[in-house]
Design a protein around this ligand. Structure first.
Ligand code: PLP
Length: 304
């Protein structure tokens, strides 16, 4: 299947989208990215892009923080993305990566007096984590908002997450759970975290150095609307993870992934928890365009 990129204002084969070795963003982490899922519905022969608009609104916010002049509106970005995926003609689950970045081939640490550019590519991408994840608390912490703003997807911030992920994998785990600078639970390296405590959902709050995940928001809404379960957003201490009834991670790449074990302590009975399983099922129907109530979150790619 040929893959295309939107690069320097045109659609080109992915293999032709290349940047120079001096590109500013490559050296100083001066880029903002998104991760968007296209979910294949094999019955309808359709790919649905999930919450496209929200992803591009977050990208716009990131560009403001990085002083990147993104010369496309949210609607234009949505249209370009649909056209890109349509050209690729995928018939499987995919992942879309938009990137706005400082494109000047220039040296010097700064945000000013640099050109900006924007690209998107799309690739097939299946499950990101195993069916049941084994996690460990990382020795690497999330940054404080005054060090690097954790609420936008700035490329440079992700070195911290890369440290954490590799530490976890090299120690035999699937994913790391990072703490906020003050020691409270923050999130996974590419996911938000939820616990079930006394039958309610509990998740770190915006002030716990988390990325305000779009999947997180989706799960909060689905739990409330479909299961009548409220989510408490608050500080969480490490020992609450070990004693929670259930635990799961949420993210565009990871969807809703149950956590079976943290720091070699079994969560619940080590199987997928009851509430987690229900949310997984609802979420999976919603993102594939199978639940009419939430169709406004799903952008179909192929014209019928
Ligand atoms: C650090 C981090 N936290 C959380 C998330 C989950 O966010 P979303 O659900 O918007 O994909 C992501 C992925 O984008 C992430 O990179």
């Amino acid at each position: 299947m040929p893959s295309y990129a939107y690069f320097r204002k045109q659609f080109v084969p992915l293999s032709e989208a290349k940047i120079g070795v001096m590109t500013h963003a490559l050296h100083y982490g001066t880029g903002v990215f998104e991760g968007i899922r296209g979910n294949w519905n094999s019955v309808q022969k359709q790919i649905y892009l999930f919450r496209l608009k929200q992803h591009y609104e977050r990208l716009h916010n990131g560009c403001r923080v990085l002083k990147i002049n993104l010369s496309y509106t949210v609607d234009e970005l949505c249209q370009i993305t649909v056209e890109l995926v349509e050209r690729c003609g995928f018939q499987e689950d995919i992942y879309i990566r938009p990137l706005a970045y400082k494109s000047s081939e220039a040296l010097g640490v700064r945000l000013h007096d640099l050109d900006d550019d924007f690209l998107i590519f799309a690739v097939p991408w299946g499950p990101y984590l195993p069916d049941k994840a084994r996690c460990s608390i990382s020795s690497w912490r999330r940054p404080d908002d005054n060090v690097i703003p954790p609420q936008v997807k700035v490329t440079g911030i992700y070195i911290n997450n890369a440290f954490a992920k590799t530490e976890a994998v090299e120690n035999g785990f699937d994913e790391a759970i990072m703490l906020a600078p003050d020691g409270h639970i923050s999130e996974g390296t590419g996911e938000n975290i939820f616990l079930v405590i006394d039958g309610k959902l509990v998740t770190p709050a915006s002030y716990n150095s988390i990325l305000m995940g779009i999947t997180r928001q989706t799960v909060i809404e689905l739990a409330r609307n479909e299961l009548g379960i409220e989510t408490i957003e608050r500080q969480i201490v490490r020992s609450e993870l070990y004693t929670a009834e259930e635990c799961f991670l949420t993210g565009t790449a990871a969807h809703v992934t149950p956590v079976a074990e943290i720091d070699r302590r079994v969560i619940g009975n080590g199987e997928v928890g009851e509430i987690t399983e229900k949310l997984q099922k609802i979420y999976s129907e919603v993102i594939r365009g199978n639940n009419r109530k939430y169709l406004s979150w799903c952008t179909p790619v192929y014209k019928k």
